[in-house]
Ligand binder design. Structure first.
Ligand code: 3HC
Length: 292
């Protein structure tokens, strides 16, 4: 199977790694709007696999073979995939334009499946007007590790496409859960308001950053506390999903916390910008920062 991943950011490179690690996948096209962005995604994969080699969980030869499957470039290299997974920016017009370009000018395989890894946008709307309807294939960060794939049917997604994507997800070693289209689907509908609530708790001075994260880790057995997880997912992504939940429902329970919006405006996006609720140090340690 050949797979094209569109967008080489955190999710895109993680998804490309998850596919490249699968024996049934011979090639992964990792595409972005600039060659250097695509190459940057491939470097992240090499770094991740390098850690596994160092921990003796993988041989160097196996890591090299996985990396060799990943071909980087602009979208135009993706001429013959069996599956496209779009992980571009969470902007409706960008996603729509991306699929239109791929379907009309680039992909030659008439049986190609087109999937979006959108975290909350409407699959039906992304696919409107396209020759081939799309499906949601929502993986979670870190994509090579997390077991779940939400398989989201839009209003026009054919049943056979859903069945094929469920099969592909199992081949990847993941557990698919079928979901009907709705803002935030299942996980983000529940998880992102939880992170937002953690930010409210912090902004109201109920506890400090480490206190809130420790409370939720030890009190609920979550692997990460809400502020740490917000930083990990990206606070811009958390805000974008809160805004989608609010705009789609107009329910005030989905209003984004003011502090979240302020941090995003200030470029304090979490791990990817080096600072969010924590400052991320070179040696992979982190320290809480003062409130903006
Ligand atoms: N790529 C590949 N492998 C990775 C990785 C990465 N980016 N990060 C961690 N790993 C691997 C490690 O190599 C390690 O493998 P091993 O067990 O074989 O040695 C394993 O994952 C555990 O990693 P660590 O020992 O370094 O660290 P932890 O045990 O603390 O686990 C974690 C890290 C898996 C990230 C864990 O803290 C966790 O599960 N956190 C919650 C993640 C979460 O909730 N994700 C969902 C976010 S929401 C989302 O993605 C939706 C989107 O639409 C917003």
């Amino acid at each position: 199977m050949k797979v094209a991943v569109i967008g080489a950011g955190t999710m895109g490179s993680g998804i490309a790694q998850a596919f490249a690690q699968c024996d049934a996948v011979e090639t992964v096209y990792l595409c972005d709007i600039k060659q250097e962005f695509a190459d940057g995604g491939k470097s992240k994969i090499e770094k991740n696999l390098g850690r596994l080699v160092k921990k003796e969980k993988m041989t160097q030869e196996a890591a090299d073979a996985i990396v060799a499957k990943v071909k980087t470039g602009l979208n135009t290299i993706a001429t013959d995939p069996d599956l496209v997974v779009e992980a571009a920016l969470e902007v409706m017009d960008i996603k729509k334009a991306c699929f239109k370009e791929l379907q009309e000018n680039i992909v030659k395989n008439p049986d190609c499946i087109y999937a979006s890894n959108t975290s909350s946008l409407s699959i039906t709307e992304i696919g409107a007007g396209l020759k081939t309807p799309i499906i949601g294939m929502h993986l979670f960060n870190p994509a090579p590790v997390m077991k779940l794939i939400e398989v989201i049917s839009g209003a026009n997604t054919p049943k056979e496409t859903t069945e094929k994507v469920i099969e592909i997800s199992k081949t990847l070693g993941k557990t698919p859960v079928q979901v009907n289209e709705a803002p935030g689907f299942v996980v983000n509908r529940i998880l992102i308001p939880l992170i937002n609530e953690g930010i409210f708790v912090y902004s109201e001075g109920i506890s400090d950053i480490e206190g809130i994260d420790t409370a939720m880790k030890l009190g609920c057995n979550h692997p990460m506390g809400p502020l740490e997880l917000g930083d990990y997912v990206g606070l811009d992504i958390v805000l974008a999903i809160m805004d989608v939940l609010y705009n789609e429902t107009k329910d005030s329970k989905y209003r984004a916390c003011g502090l979240l919006r302020k941090m995003v405006r200030a470029g304090h996006l979490g791990v990817k910008s080096g600072i969010g609720f924590y400052k991320y140090n070179e040696d992979r340690t982190k320290t809480p920062v003062d409130k903006l």
